[in-house]
Every structure is written in C-alpha cells, then in structure tokens.
Design a protein around this ligand. Structure first.
Ligand SMILES: NC(=O)c1ccc[n+]([C@@H]2O[C@H](COP(=O)([O-])OP(=O)(O)OC[C@H]3O[C@@H](n4cnc5c(N)ncnc54)[C@H](O)[C@@H]3O)[C@@H](O)[C@H]2O)c1
Length: 348
C-alpha cells in the first residue's frame, strides 16, 4: 500500500474521523484501525501537539497498537483511538467533552472510548451523557472506573515473567528497576514493585512525584535525561511514546524493557536495535493491556474485581509464550508480537 499522509510505517486504517467544534474549541481525530474482531476500542488522549500532523500520526499509531493489544488480550474488540488537540488557553472541559462525545456517537458504535493520557474518569462521565459508546466510569456498587491500576498490574506480572525468563530470577527481591514517569500507571507500578522487594530508580518531570517516591519507596531519583541509561536490570518506560530510538537505545544498561507507555519504539526497526544489544523488549501493547481488559469487561457488564485481576494476570502467560516463540522463530520480540497479533486479526 502506498504511503498516505507521508506515513510509510502505518498499516492501513479503516477510517479516520476529523471533527471540529468551534463553540468548545474541539479539534479531534478518531482513528479506527481494524474492526475484524469487533468495534474499535481505545482511549482518548488530550495533548498539546506540536502540529496537526503530529496529532494525526499519534492517532494512527495508537489505534493500530489497540488492534494488536485487543487481539493479543483475546478481547472481542478491534483497535481505535481518539486524540484531542488541547485547546490553547482557557477552555470549558465539559463543553469540550460533550462535543467530543457527539463525534464518538456519530460513528454509531464503530469506536468506543475511555481514558488515556490527559483525560479522567470525570471527563468520561461527561462523555457518557452524550453517547453510550464509552467506558472507564466509576459506578456506585458496580465494577468500573480508572483502568490505571489494572494496567500497572499487567506490567508488574510481565516484569515478573520477563525477569524469570530473561534474567533467571524467581522473585523480584533486590531487582533494580528504573521507572520513567510516575503518573497514574507508573505510580501503581512502583507500589507493586516496591512491595515485591525491587529497588527503584525514578524520574518524572514533576519533582513532587519523585520526592514522594523517594519518601515512600526509598527510590533513587535521577533526572529525566538520565533515567533511560540508568544502571538497572529492568527499564519500565511509563511516560509517553518513542522513548526508545536510535539515540537512546545505545545508552541503555537494562537487560529487560517492560513498561506501560504506548508506542515505546520510535520506529519498528528500533526493535532490531534493542535485540542487537541483547536487550529483551517486551512489546508495550502486550504488557499494558490490563486497562483495556478492565474497561472492556466494564463495557460488557462483566466487571467483577477478582475476575478482572485474574484475566489481567494472564498477560504473564503470553509474555512467557512470546519469549518461547522467539526461540523458535528467531524473530525479535517486537516482530514476533506484531506477527502474532496480525495473525489474530486475520483469523477473527
Ligand atoms: N492509564 C492506563 O491505564 C494506560 C493503559 C495503557 C497504556 N498507557 C500508557 O502508559 C503511559 C502512562 O499513562 P498514564 O495514564 O500513567 O499517564 P499520566 O499522564 O498519568 O502519567 C505520565 C507521567 O509521565 C510523566 N512524564 C512526562 N514526560 C516525562 C519525561 N520525559 N520523563 C519522565 N516523566 C515524564 C508525567 O509527568 C506523568 O507523571 C502512556 O503512554 C499511556 O498511553 C496507560
């Protein structure tokens, strides 16, 4: 397929909705990558993009990642993702998300939204007033709400599985882990790792979060420009995407990379750079599926805390399977996971 919008690395998408609303300042792109398994399901990101093309690129990459994530998590959903270009200056959040919800609703169920970076459960409550195609909403006496702790749990069990297979570790006692980004997911991950006896090195652009981690977990705090090259066993990127690239990969000291951030590889070829350096990279969309497992169950009315946690814990089995598959195929983990996910999209 020839390049479209100058984005040669993208697989074709089924559709992209570009919607704007002058009254609220909404400018959104909703990308539906693949609906072979079911409606496109994925969160809504609000971000101050450098330019419109960057927002478009993000929506396309993130929605493709959701197709792969939902397929490997065995969910009856396809891949979709929305980005909202953060309005400059003051804006009315309620109006913005009401307008966004109308855009979601216009797709008549081809896309279901939830939280992502820059959005909250309160935003999704507003969305819910204008469309039924939304999840991630706390309900009194029922399962639901913030998916971040579930995402963090999936990353945690993946670190356990990866540490066993790659580092020969039967537990995480004394394992050194660098966490880039102590946000909704990174913080919960730090808690789980600390409880399991891991030693943490952390960085965040918000000094309040790192100071709290130092006080609560005895974490070592380093600068945001030092975290990727920290001398640790495991690197957990939990901030934004493209942190693993041709510039940063040669500086990594960790032997295992396992984190929540979507689109950690700047380019697909960065998976080869990591493998060439003997670093095992556990693909983001495989390990960070806990949140979508949670909101998908909530959406289907099947939410129950224990069952969701059990399903999220099964991500570890797929990590183990991936690491076994690459021994047979000789592919990198990134290439193997792509091929595995694509095979599930075709079969569905
Ligand atoms: N929330 C979920 O359930 C979920 C699910 C799947 C994937 N993810 C992905 O995980 C990542 C984190 O999500 P989140 O919900 O925790 O977001 P968040 O916005 O709550 O946290 C991101 C954190 O990273 C920090 N940060 C930003 N730039 C940084 C930098 N250069 N260096 C260090 N820290 C930096 C921010 O200050 C913030 O604390 C995102 O890429 C998101 O797409 C999240």
């Amino acid at each position: 397929m020839p390049s479209f919008f100058g984005l040669p690395h993208q697989a074709p998408h089924e559709r992209v909705l570009i919607a704007a609303d002058e009254a609220s300042g909404l400018r959104t792109l909703i990308a539906v990558h693949n609906t072979a398994r079911g409606p496109g399901f994925g969160g809504c990101r609000v971000w101050a993009y450098e330019n419109d093309l960057a927002a478009h690129h993000d929506a396309l990459r993130l929605s493709q990642g959701m197709s792969y994530k939902n397929a490997l998590a065995n969910l009856p959903f396809g891949g979709g993702k929305a980005v909202i270009v953060k309005p400059k200056g003051e804006f009315n959040r309620e109006q913005l998300f009401a307008a966004f919800a109308r855009a979601v609703d216009s797709l008549q169920g081809a896309y279901i939204t939830a939280e992502d970076v820059g959005t909250t459960t309160a935003d999704m409550r507003v969305v819910q007033r204008h469309t039924k195609y939304v999840s991630g909403i706390p309900r009194e006496g029922a399962f639901g709400g913030d998916p971040s702790p579930k995402t963090a749990w999936g990353v945690f069990v993946s670190v356990q599985a990866g540490a066993k297979a790659v580092l020969g570790r039967s537990d995480l006692q004394g394992l050194t882990v660098a966490i880039q980004g102590l946000g909704a997911v990174g913080w919960h991950l730090a808690e789980f790792l600390h409880q399991a006896g891991a030693k943490l090195t952390v960085a965040d652009i918000d000094p309040g979060k790192t100071a709290k981690a130092q006080a609560q977990f005895g974490a070592t705090v380093v600068g945001v420009d030092q975290i990727l090259a920290a001398p640790v066993d495991v690197l957990a990127p939990c901030a934004l995407g493209a942190s693993l690239n041709a510039t940063t990969i040669p500086t990594l000291q960790a032997k295992l990379v396992c984190g929540a951030a979507n689109n950690q590889l700047a380019l697909p070829s960065d998976g080869n750079l990591l493998a060439d350096r003997g670093i095992a990279y556990l693909p983001d969309y495989l390990v960070n599926a806990g949140g979508i497992i949670s909101v998908a169950r909530e959406y289907r009315g099947e939410g129950e805390e224990q069952a969701v946690m059990a399903e999220v814990s099964r991500i570890a089995e797929r990590v183990t399977e991936l690491l076994a598959r690459i021994k047979v195929s000789g592919r990198t983990p990134a290439a193997e996971a792509d091929a595995w996910a694509q095979s599930l999209l075709v079969r569905a």
